[in-house]
Design a protein around this ligand. Structure first.
Ligand code: DAS
Length: 357
């Protein structure tokens, strides 16, 4: 009888120590939630030599987490599979759902940071969107990969480790939405995918904010534009996003694409212009007509190292009541215009927003 009692007590003591130690372990680590949306970081190819031939959006979030056991040393990590899509197919509704989920999570006292795993094709758009609409100073880190996890020298594991490490870092707070790719920590506002088949794919025209090496962050600059806590846009007050389309400028262009966008209900047209956001004389008359119908016209540049469009430089923006996208590439200009149009229809207010965000 005595022996049984002692054994029971010993087992209870052992159970208690395990529970206490795991609770203690958990208590001393930040809590990071990974929201998985798909992309190459969740991709799978047939062979290890398939670094470019694979299917995106196949691996579920729990397998992504299990594939990097070192995450447990950095943070208490749990995953949610919010979508499982290749990011070229992300819609405004997806952006709204993701933004609202992130906003709900960062309000929780038991969440210290959020990581979003995402396809690289529109990663820059989602990162900028969250930078504009989520009111928090907690780290939000968007991450992808250029090779699927099944390939030799896959980049997803280290990218994910870096993302969780940054999201768990106190010194990453208040810096806006961040993107960790290829050991760099970039601003979600500035960074863009500049090549489609190398791991060093993401670049910012003004440089990264810092680097993350073996779980330590090295910061070199801070974002200059308004974001997150300092933004006038709030995802919790946005229930729908208007349609904004992009039309590409090039030699021999006609106004056909611009007409189709307006006919399809676009509330603004982003002109992805040549050079300084210049507009062909074959397109100007329709854009003037569209502006007269209340459609906003925003001039961006499709030069690939980063445009810098100024008002009235080569086009009479004041005369036509057009807006310039400043240094935002066309796809980021679409994101800001989409969010801004939930707040205003005034072109002068729009222009202020393009200078400030
Ligand atoms: N199709 C690409 C995407 O989902 C794959 C990737 O690069 O992530 O964005």
């Amino acid at each position: 009888m005595l022996k049984e009692t002692l054994t029971t007590r010993w087992l209870l003591a052992l159970l208690a120590s395990v529970l206490v130690s795991s609770a203690a372990l958990a208590a001393d680590k930040p809590n990071v939630v990974i929201l998985a949306t798909g992309g190459t970081i969740a991709g799978a190819g047939a062979e290890a030599t398939n670094s470019a031939t694979y299917q995106a959006a196949k691996v579920p979030v729990d397998k992504l987490i299990a594939g990097v056991p070192q995450l447990a040393a950095v943070a208490n990590v749990r995953g949610e599979q919010i979508f499982q899509i290749a990011s070229e197919s992300i819609t405004n509704d997806n952006l709204l759902a993701l933004g609202k989920r992130v906003s709900a999570l960062v309000k929780q006292s038991d969440v210290d940071g959020v990581v979003i795993t995402h396809g690289t094709d529109t990663l820059e758009e989602t990162a900028y969107f969250l930078n504009l609409v989520v009111h928090t100073d907690k780290p939000i880190v968007v991450v992808g990969s250029m090779r699927p996890g099944t390939a030799m020298s896959a980049d997803g594991m280290l990218n994910l480790y870096n993302a969780v490490s940054v999201a768990a870092s106190k010194d990453a707070r208040g810096k806006g939405v961040l993107v960790t790719m290829n050991d760099e920590i970039s601003s979600g506002r500035d960074v863009a995918k500049t090549v489609n088949i190398r791991t060093e794919a993401f670049k910012s025209p003004w440089g990264p904010l810092g680097m993350v090496v073996e779980g330590k962050n090295y910061w070199f600059r801070l974002p200059a534009k308004r974001h997150t806590m300092n933004s006038e846009f709030d995802i919790d007050k946005i229930e729908a996003l208007p349609s904004v389309g992009i039309a590409y400028g090039y030699g021999n262009v006609s106004d056909t694409a611009y007409r189709a966008l307006v006919a399809n209900g676009a509330k603004a047209i982003i002109h992805a212009g040549t050079g300084n956001g210049s507009v062909s004389k074959a397109v100007v008359p329709f854009l003037v007509e569209a502006r007269g119908q209340g459609v906003q016209v925003i001039r961006s540049s499709h030069v690939n190292a980063g445009g810098f469009v100024l008002r009235n430089a080569e086009q009479p923006d004041d005369k036509y009541d057009w807006v310039v996208a400043h240094d935002l590439n066309p796809q980021k200009a679409r994101i800001l215009a989409t969010v801004a149009l939930t707040q205003t229809q005034d072109s002068k207010e729009l222009q202020r927003m393009f200078w400030e965000y």
